[in-house]
Design a protein around this ligand. Structure first.
Ligand SMILES: C[S@@+](CC[C@H](N)C(=O)[O-])C[C@H]1O[C@@H](n2cnc3c(N)ncnc32)[C@H](O)[C@@H]1O
Ligand code: SF4
Ligand code: SF4
Length: 396
């Protein structure tokens, strides 16, 4: 099959990436260039390590957002400082960035500010995503002055207190506004270009009409980028809230967001329209990122949560998992008609959102597409066997 790839880069993204590259150490630059070359070639075994490690700080959360499937998970405990130091010791020679996003609220882990500072001292940039509820002015000052945060993302799903508090249950809108403001002011005080302050919004029928106003709110607050994602539907109950079934409204709202963003200087990162059936781009995640859970379980992306690729504690470290037979098979097959991880054939990152499956998270009737294709003749050995089960599932 010939794939028609779409180049979704924007000029501002390219400039930001060049600036970021210039600020890296020569060792990081070498690793990154090697990594980029290997991913362009589609190599299965990589000499470079992951550019980014996505470290799960906790599974706990203090909110109960309507779209979120994570908050009632019973995952393993928080990321421990000792384990973080081990990850840092192994990855410091080659990693460029850590991301703390989590399956709960990262700042629920009280050691996170110290981890961020340790990463900064080792010259590693960090991305942090937060619901903003625990980000005090003192912590904002710590993050700006002592940590090397590249991107700080606040999840904001509406432009008004009424909508945000309805969708993000437990949130006090004023606290969130204060958290964003304290980071932006701290940056101004220090004359700091970093962190880039971003917002992350889920686009759904429930908040669609407010999204252009969210761009205006972002501009007022000093938020530089607004990332928008479609609602991932897990379970049938939320389909009625998905914009998948209302392409006219989706297009109208996104066009308006882009217009307002261009006018006010907020960069809007919007997913492709749900009618765009031609969209196709390469997914580089298996060459770029490894997610490490609090117990060392390693995964390639959030859509493959139930199918770990290994465990960095038990399988000989990060680089051993990164190049194990399973991960190599994922890389070697992702661009074919039959990816070894089946969901890659349906994933919105690769094929856009014109198909229902791209909006779906795993739920009863689509179970099969969220699994590796273990029955095929070229299947690699399963790493870790039954040990590698999803710690979030109660039926393990
Ligand atoms: C799971 S949260 C973890 C970080 C932090 N607790 C927060 O809310 O920013 C990461 C992001 O996933 C988004 N998210 C949660 N449920 C989602 C869903 N069903 N579809 C799309 N995005 C979702 C959240 O809005 C948030 O921006
Ligand atoms: S704050 Fe984040 S993790 Fe917590 S419920 Fe909301 S989206 Fe989920
Ligand atoms: S499921 Fe999607 S995000 Fe994950 S590796 Fe496949 S294409 Fe990439």
């Amino acid at each position: 099959m010939t794939l028609k790839h779409t180049d979704s880069s924007r000029f501002s993204d390219v400039v930001a990436r060049l600036r970021r590259f210039a600020s890296l150490s020569s060792r990081q630059k070498t690793q990154l260039l090697l990594n980029r070359a290997e991913r362009r070639l589609g190599a299965g075994r990589l000499r470079s390590g992951p550019r980014m490690l996505d470290l799960v700080p906790t599974h706990r959360c203090n909110l109960r957002c309507v779209g979120c499937v994570h908050y009632d998970n019973e995952g393993p405990g928080d990321l421990e400082l000792g384990f973080f130091r081990e990850i840092l010791a192994e990855s410091a020679p080659w990693v460029v960035q850590y991301r703390f996003c989590s399956l709960g609220e990262p700042l629920m882990n009280r050691d996170l500010p110290e981890m961020l500072e340790l990463a900064a001292r080792a010259g590693i940039g960090c991305n942090l995503m937060t619901n903003g509820t625990l980000l005090t002015p003192e912590l904002a000052e710590h993050l700006v002055a002592r940590c090397k945060i590249d991107i700080l993302t606040f999840s904001i799903d509406g432009a008004t207190a009424e909508t945000c508090e309805r969708l993000r249950r437990g949130l006090k809108f004023d606290d969130l506004m204060e958290a964003v403001t304290s980071v932006v002011e701290s940056k101004r005080r220090h004359g700091a270009g970093r962190p880039v302050v971003q917002a992350n919004a889920i686009a759904m029928k429930d908040n669609a009409d407010e999204l252009p106003d969210l761009v205006r709110l972002a501009a007022r607050l000093g938020i530089e980028d607004l990332n928008v994602h479609y609602l991932t539907v897990e379970g049938r109950t939320q389909w009625e809230n998905s914009l998948f079934s209302d392409p006219d409204r989706q297009k109208e709202i996104f066009d308006e967001m882009k217009r307002v963003g261009d006018e006010l200087g907020v960069v809007t990162h919007l997913p492709p329209d749900v009618r765009d059936a031609e969209f196709m781009q390469r997914c580089y995640l298996p060459w770029d990122t490894l997610i490490i859970d609090t117990d060392g379980t390693a995964r390639m992306c959030y859509f493959s949560w139930e199918e770990p690729v290994g465990n960095v504690v038990e399988d000989g470290g990060i680089r051993a998992v990164w190049n194990n037979a399973l991960y190599r098979k994922v890389r070697e097959t992702i661009e074919t008609d039959c990816p070894f991880y089946r969901y890659c054939a349906h994933c919105g990152y690769r094929v856009g959102y014109s198909r229902r499956e791209a909006h779906e998270g795993k739920s009863g009737d689509n179970e099969k597409i969220f699994s590796f294709d273990w029955d095929r003749p070229d299947a690699p050995p399963r790493p870790g066997g039954s040990r590698l089960r999803n710690p979030d599932r109660r039926d393990n």
